[in-house]
Structure formats: structure tokens, C-alpha cells
Ligand binder design. Structure first.
Ligand SMILES: C[S@@+](CC[C@H](N)C(=O)[O-])C[C@H]1O[C@@H](n2cnc3c(N)ncnc32)[C@H](O)[C@@H]1O
Length: 255
């Protein structure tokens, strides 16, 4: 098999087509409303792993001040480009920063901290998870809420859907051709709570010829978040909120 890139790498297609893929992902439907309900009018909200600004832009359009922290330059650049296209009043409510949520100190607090769409699952469980909960606690006002969207372990254990030769997604690409995604490898390791996947992105032109292809490695980690959150003074605020059948949003309150 050809060399694989990490997800969201420079020149990778997972970054280039992030918005195309998430727009088609029904498993995220309704997440914006859940996060918007966690902060008072205006926010402020800290988003850990802001990606291309999918939620930061939508929350700012609803009147929230949002600070988005993102580690991958290829994702942050798209968020920054979107920000320049917004109404200046909305753009002023968005602050974007390159940073690592496992080691972040902005020296200010927020009414809510959100860590959407499996972002916590992208970093190894253990120290990286513990440090991310510490980041959330450090940046929350007393009584503020932190939300972490995690995959369900039973969904992570499921075998790859169908055959590796059948696309799991086949969508029009912005270029006028098509984008197809294939799950080439998928294995869950129970002992370390880790799902390893290799996803192939294939971009076709309007006549079906391959323009670009890229093998990208997507790893998710899972462990019970509650003990790690409790260690940082974050207690469950409610039962986890199910989302899209494959994940749930854990909401904690800073004591
Ligand atoms: C699935 S995307 C979610 C993007 C956005 N929050 C959304 O909901 O559309 C996960 C993002 O988290 C970022 N990320 C992963 N590890 C990170 C870390 N340690 N610190 C900051 N961002 C991180 C990735 O680069 C990626 O952009």
C-alpha cells in the first residue's frame, strides 16, 4: 500500500475536502444547537480543535464570541479564509489561534468550552486526555460548561461497512467532479481502546478520471471520560446527549 498521511496534514485531501465531507455527514445534524445552548447570549465560547471553522462561524453568526484553537495549519487556514468573507461584525466575534489543546493557556476564561466532533478522540487517551480536561477546566468560569463529543465504543468496534472496494461516500466535489471515500483498513484494539483506520480519498474529474488520491490515517481513542474530567474538577452536568447514532456529547460543569 502507498504511504499514508496523517489526517488533516498539509496537502492532504481530508483537510481539503473537510467541508464537503462534513456537509454530507448526517451524524453531526443538530450539534450546533446543542453547543449554542451551553453558553449565555454572546458567550464567550472556546472551541478546542476548531478545524475549518464549521461551528465557530455558525456560532458567531448567532451572536456568540468564539475563540477557536486548532493545531493543523491546513485546517486553520480554511477557517481564517472563511472569516475574511464574513460580515465584519460577525468576523470580529471570531478569534482563531494555532495551538495544542493538550497544552493550552490563554490566560482568560470562557462561559463554555466545546470540543466537538470526536476531537478529543484524536489524541491518545491517558496524559493527552487528562491535559485536555485540565485545559477545559483552566479556561472555564466557575459554573461554566464543557462539552466533549466522543464516539460510542460500540460504534468503534463495528467492522468496516461493506467491501473496501465500495465507497462509503460519493459526493459532488466543488471542482465539478466527484469525491469518493473508501475505508481501506479498519481495526479496533480493545486493549488500548484505539480504532485505526486508513481512508482513501479519490477526487475524479467530470469524466470520471482520477485527479488526486490520498491515503490518510485516522485514529480514534476512547476511554471513560468521567474519572479524568473529575480529576480536573469537572463533574457531569447531565446524561450524555446522543448524536447521530455513533457518538454522544458529554457535558461537564466546573465546580
Ligand atoms: C473532526 S475535526 C473537528 C473540527 C470542528 N470542531 C468541527 O466540529 O467541524 C477535529 C479537529 O481537531 C484538530 N485537533 C486534533 N488534535 C488537536 C490538538 N491537540 N489541539 C488542537 N486541535 C487538534 C484537528 O486538526 C481537526 O481540525
Amino acid at each position: 500500500m502507498a504511504a499514508t498521511r496523517p489526517y488533516y496534514a498539509d496537502r492532504g485531501l481530508s483537510a481539503a475536502f473537510y467541508d464537503t465531507v462534513t456537509a454530507a455527514d448526517a451524524r453531526l445534524a443538530g450539534d450546533l444547537e446543542i453547543y449554542a445552548a451551553l453558553a449565555p447570549e454572546g458567550g464567550p465560547i472556546l472551541e478546542l480543535g476548531a478545524g475549518t471553522g464549521r461551528l465557530a462561524v455558525a456560532l458567531a453568526e448567532r451572536g456568540f464570541s468564539v475563540t477557536g484553537v486548532e493545531i493543523a495549519p491546513a485546517m486553520l487556514a480554511q477557517a481564517a479564509a472563511k472569516r475574511t468573507e464574513l460580515d465584519p461584525e460577525v468576523a470580529r466575534r471570531i478569534e482563531l489561534k494555532r495551538g495544542d489543546m493538550t497544552a493550552l493557556d490563554l490566560r482568560r476564561t470562557f462561559a463554555a468550552v466545546i470540543c466537538p466532533y470526536f476531537t478529543l478522540a484524536h489524541v491518545p487517551r491517558g496524559a493527552a486526555w487528562k491535559n485536555t480536561f485540565a485545559t477545559a477546566a483552566r479556561h472555564l468560569e466557575a459554573g461554566g460548561l464543557a462539552a466533549f463529543h466522543l464516539p460510542l465504543p460500540e460504534a468503534m468496534r463495528q467492522a468496516a461497512p461493506g467491501s473496501p472496494e465500495l465507497p462509503v461516500l460519493d459526493r459532488p466535489a466543488p471542482s465539478g467532479g466527484r469525491l469518493r471515500l473508501y475505508v481501506r483498513e479498519r481495526a479496533f484494539r480493545e486493549d488500548v481502546g484505539r480504532l485505526d483506520q486508513v481512508i482513501e480519498y479519490v477526487e475524479l474529474d467530470a469524466r470520471g478520471a482520477v485527479l488526486r488520491r490520498s491515503l490518510e490515517r485516522l485514529t480514534y481513542y476512547w476511554t471513560d471520560p468521567e474519572p479524568l474530567a473529575a480529576g480536573e474538577g469537572l463533574v457531569p452536568d447531565r446524561a450524555p446527549i446522543p448524536l447521530g447514532g455513533v457518538g454522544e456529547i458529554h457535558v461537564f460543569r466546573k465546580t
